[in-house]
Design a protein around this ligand. Sequence first.
Ligand SMILES: Nc1nc2c(ncn2[C@@H]2O[C@H](COP(=O)(O)OP(=O)(O)OP(=O)(O)O)[C@@H](O)[C@H]2O)c(=O)[nH]1
Ligand SMILES: [Mg+2]
Length: 286
Amino acid sequence: MRKEIADLKSLMQSMHKKTTQAQYPDELFPFIEYLRQQELNEELITTIGDELFMHFKEATEINFSQCKMVTKNLLRKRLESLPIGGLSYERKYINVLGPTGVGKTTTIAKMAARAVLEKKKKIGFITTDTYRIAAIEQLKTYAGLLQAPVEIAYNATDFEQAIQRLSHLDLVFIDTAGRNYKEVKYVDDLQRLIKFDDQAESYLVLAMTTKEKDMANIIDQFNQLPIEKFIFTKIDETNSIGTMLNLMIKYNKGLAYYTNGQEVPEDIEEADLEAVLNLFFQGEEK
Ligand SMILES: Nc1nc2c(ncn2[C@@H]2O[C@H](COP(=O)(O)OP(=O)(O)OP(=O)(O)O)[C@@H](O)[C@H]2O)c(=O)[nH]1
Ligand SMILES: [Mg+2]
């Protein structure tokens, strides 16, 4: 019985969606199609579609740039309460977390280079990635270029000692091992190994090349940790940016940076609301 009610409900919802979409004037369809290509979720697309429909009800013509403006206003309203922007430079420890191969170490190198070159901060690194042999060397290479110390922590005691040794610095970047965080035990391991106190800010790094559903699963697992903001990497490898917005809105989480290439230190942008909205429409200019 309950299942039947649920089925009926979803049928009615999809019928409602179809009927509202059927009401849209034909001129709106290319724009709605753009939103779909960007992989914005259907719920947001319907909200935007309805808003556009109301906006252009009396209009004689509809153009893309007006649609863009209405959409930007709507998305801006959804996003403006979220924290958007880079490191605060107020907390000493920067925890960088995320699944395998998303670009955590590379992004740390980019953020660290900015902290040194632009903000003139004294920085250091701790890596807890003792799992991959090359990981320590990779971080040491970047640290060498910035003449910054690296500490290696195999366990919580090492980590505590590393913190003591680097206590004279302004900022300490903590690189962690990429693991299959669908397994909750890896999140628990992190919690035991590193610190999530009020001296630390934690960032979850996700690659735009990952499927949205899988990213959502990972975020769910990290929900037990105090994640400050997201960092999205590899936006140069995709043409659809919607996922970024979907996840920020769904999880009520801000955005610190997005990265757009392998070059260190240049391929990183500090997030800014207007820039993110423009990024969403960048595909339209191509
Ligand atoms: N195209 C592209 N590649 C990137 C970007 N950021 C990182 N990469 C590449 O992604 C690969 C993995 O980067 P790492 O920084 O080692 O990733 P990681 O998350 O530290 O990996 P693990 O520590 O093994 O989990 C490297 O080849 C990087 O050059 C980006 O913004 N765009
Ligand atoms: Mg790494």
